[in-house]
Design a binder for this molecule. Structure first.
Ligand SMILES: [Zn+2]
Ligand SMILES: [Zn+2]
Length: 769
């Protein structure tokens, strides 16, 4: 007897577009003899499936059990509907549904199959830098709108040749509905132009066919000869040069006005990365993941990499090639690693359009390698490090964005504007928090424009209409001004460190109240002072400041941030009184006496001097007292160098708790001991090790104190200072030994790049309270 035919409507939400999901469903439908259709909708995919109950059951199971590795299924809804006698399974036109949204996939690194094609002589895609398939290629960077179909991408201006179209239409092909599908005959092409030609406004012709290969060969040759080439990639331009060439690296550093900050490098392959750096198995997984982030790795001393790539740093930021173009740059070449730094002047957003390349990268590069696949939205490379075998994000951008952070409970539609440094914004909707890519430091008009552009883009993709806007309490941040003056939404101010801890809570799907340790450089406090060494008890609804590092003077505000010796002087005067300046410390030999006297007077008379509990300034002070660094050229430099200098030593320094509500952690005795060690010529490596251990002890003792009074046992660690893995390790280990449950960031950065998530969570709770 023939089984009864039934029909189901199956709605799937999650990352199911641009990941080969429709061809995958088509293949299972063929296998199980299912009739009906599948289509992309603006909320995911919709399937109608007709067959006997048994086959339908197997079909629904297979949808999740066998789904493609890049897909992420968040919800499957199945409804019974009337059978209509369909006789085959088809992939139908996409149907937009107003108000709902599908999850737009992030960009995906080149897969093994595509890599094999571009490196195989005789393959029709041999040497073709824009090869991709349903398992890899550009996504977020080329999408103009959802649903994710070719006409909604920047690939719509290229019509597929018959061969590509046949792949696109063939359900058994790996390029079935691969939206950016292209080949040398029909797809985008390269152009290589000398800077002076571009300056003269010469028209740019883009290559077709095998010309692309010749252009890549010439580019390779230029790089080998030490030239600096601006290379248009996936999410924007990189400035590239041979990482082993001292002259080229120094020249790039000079041109980019980036005096000390490390450049990221791209190693030709995993084996090369392992020759340059120590790579643990967990780090190998991070390097090879389809997201292909920059991974911070300890460099080998004999690595053939210019010391100018990451001066004063024991670690290198390393990534592997993630587009065919990158792979091909290393093909048949003696290049082992390229510096690949964002194509921009320091502090400006990454350049993404050909027309911008000349005016904005003028003077930075000798040659420009352009292509004519338009980048719809700029995305920088992501940066991660490894902690205890897990990914610990530093910059969440390419490969991650716009994949949302899923939330435990549904939220209102809200915009959170983030902070000022390392800005990201966040939109919330349903069970999702959608964080933007890294936007940068909101200090100039270009970056603010990038912020607006990204906001509009994400609102459109995810069909979000915010009802309120969350912002930092600092009145002068451009993000705060945008929220209050420009957004037209109900503003909700959120304290900086409360937002950090809320971000860590959401990152770990926590509810209720926790002990929060927020250590960073600068955050506006509710008492008008500059906070940054904070112990909170908080939930999303509210926070209480239980304790903090004792206030010290911050003479000259922002100037003190650039000149760690000012913080050193403030700490020394607090610890030794007016005799401080007589101490025979390197600081007093290396900074002109009149400057010392001037800043000393500022501190004692409180002229243009603020008070701060900043942990970042504490690192600055110690680095300067040790003679390691008195002035910085980029944010966090003193702390990074202090961490890099540390060796293993079990010692700690004394410190005291003072008062209550909030308690203060008095570090003057530590400063006196550190100074004593410096004067008795103790190696910097040991003093630094003891300092880190002491700060870890401060974290543990403060949390024990708070637990005694409020009974909470969960601790969240957040804030930029916790990018310091040595401090993180001492804190986490010490807290666990005392029986605490410790939570650190896993999906969003501990630094201000994760701030917008916390702001959004807090604003949500206030709106619903
Ligand atoms: Zn592929
Ligand atoms: Zn083609």
């Amino acid at each position: 007897m023939k089984a009864l035919v039934a029909r189901k409507r199956i709605q799937i939400q999650g990352v199911v577009q641009g990941v080969g999901f429709r061809p995958f469903v088509y293949r299972i439908a063929q296998r199980l003899d299912i009739r009906g259709y599948i289509l992309n909708s603006s909320e995911g995919v919709v399937i109608e499936a007709e067959a006997d109950e048994d086959a339908l059951q197997k079909f629904v199971t297979a949808l999740t059990a066998e789904s493609p590795s890049l897909a992420r299924i968040d919800a499957v809804e199945v409804f019974s509907i009337d059978a209509n006698g369909a006789d085959r399974f088809t992939i139908d036109e996409s149907a937009p549904i107003a108000g709902r949204f599908a999850l737009v996939p992030p960009d995906v690194a080149t897969c093994e199959d595509c890599l094999r094609e571009v490196t195989s002589r005789g393959d029709r895609r041999y040497g073709y830098p824009f090869t991709n398939c349903t398992a890899c290629g550009p996504r977020y960077t080329i999408i103009r709108d959802v649903p994710y179909d070719r006409p909604n991408t920047t690939m719509d201006e290229f019509s597929m040749c018959p061969a590509c179209q046949a792949e696109y239409d063939d359900p058994s092909d790996r390029r079935f509905h691969a939206e950016p599908n292209a080949c040398p005959d029909c797809g985008p092409g390269l152009a290589l132009i000398a800077a002076d030609q571009l300056a003269r406004g010469m028209p740019v012709d883009f290559a077709a066919g095998s010309q692309n290969r010749i252009i890549l060969e010439r580019t390779r040759h230029l790089l080998e000869q030490g030239e600096i080439v601006a290379i248009k990639g996936l999410g924007g331009f990189h400035l590239a040069c041979d990482a082993s060439n001292d002259h080229a690296v120094s020249l790039l550093r000079e041109r980019k006005r980036r005096s000390g900050k490390a450049f990221a490098i791209m190693a030709r392959d995993l084996a090369t990365a392992e020759r340059l750096c120590l790579v643990t198995p967990a780090e190998r997984t991070l390097l090879m993941s389809a997201r292909r982030p920059i991974v911070l790795l300890f460099r080998r001393e004999d690595a053939p990499i210019s010391n100018n790539v990451a001066p004063g740093n024991t670690r290198l930021g390393v990534m592997l090639p993630y587009t065919p173009l990158h792979h091909l740059l290393f093909e048949d070449s003696r290049l082992e690693a390229l510096v690949m730094t964002s194509g921009n002047l320091s502090e400006e957003p990454i350049v993404s359009r050909n027309q911008e390349a000349w005016p904005r990268l003028n003077g930075l590069a000798d040659y420009f390698l352009l292509h004519n696949r338009e980048i719809q939205i700029r995305v920088d490379d992501s940066v991660v490090q490894n902690f205890e075998g897990h990914e610990y994000p530093i910059r969440r951008s390419r490969g991650f964005v716009p994949e949302p952070v899923s939330l435990e409970t549904p939220v209102r539609e809200i915009l959170a504007c983030g902070g000022e440094m390392k800005n990201t914004l966040c939109l919330t909707k349903d069970h999702y928090a959608i964080l933007s890519q890294h936007i940068g430091d909101l200090e100039n008009l270009e970056t603010m424009e990038f912020f607006r552009e990204t906001l509009e883009h994400l609102k459109r993709f995810f069909r979000v209409s915010p009802v309120a806007v969350a912002h930092d309490l600092h009145p002068d941040y451009l993000s705060t001004r945008f929220a209050i003056e420009e957004s037209g939404l109900q503003p909700i101010g959120v304290q900086h460190h409360h937002a950090h801890i809320a971000s860590c809570m959401a990152d770990n799907s926590l509810e209720g109240r926790v002990i929060g340790v927020a250590f960073d450089g600068t955050g506006y406090g509710t008492d008008g002072k500059i906070w940054g060494g904070e112990f909170l008890v908080c939930g999303f609804a509210a926070f209480e400041r239980c304790g903090h590092l004792s206030y010290v003077a911050l003479p000259g505000g922002d100037k003190a941030v650039r000149q760690p010796w000012r913080s050193a002087l403030a700490y020394l005067e607090a610890a030794f009184g007016p005799d401080a300046a007589a101490l025979p410390l390197p600081l007093f030999r290396e900074i002109p006496p009149e400057q010392i006297a001037f800043v000393g007077a500022m501190i004692s008379r409180r002229i243009h001097t603020f008070e701060t509990s900043s942990c970042g300034r504490l690192f600055d002070a110690v680095a300067s007292i040790l003679g390691l660094r008195h002035e910085i050229t980029y944010e966090g430099q003193a702390a990074i160098e202090l961490e890099a200098a540390a060796s293993q030593d079990p010692g700690t320094y004394p410190f005291e708790f003072r008062g209550d509500d909030p308690f203060r952690i008095d570090l003057r005795s530590m400063i006196r001991s550190v100074t004593g060690d410096v004067l008795s010529r103790m190696p910097v490596s040991i003093i630094s090790a003891r300092f880190h251990r002491t700060l870890g002890q401060v974290v543990v003792d403060a949390c024990v104190r708070i637990r005694e009074s409020v009974g909470l046992n969960r601790v969240c660690l957040s804030g930029g200072t916790f990018q310091n893995l040595r401090l993180l390790d001492h804190s986490v280990t010490g807290l666990r030994e005392r029986g605490f449950e410790v939570f650190i960031h896993r999906r969003v950065p501990p630094n201000d790049g994760g701030l917008s998530l916390g702001q959004a969570m807090i604003a949500n709770r206030r709106l619903t309270a």
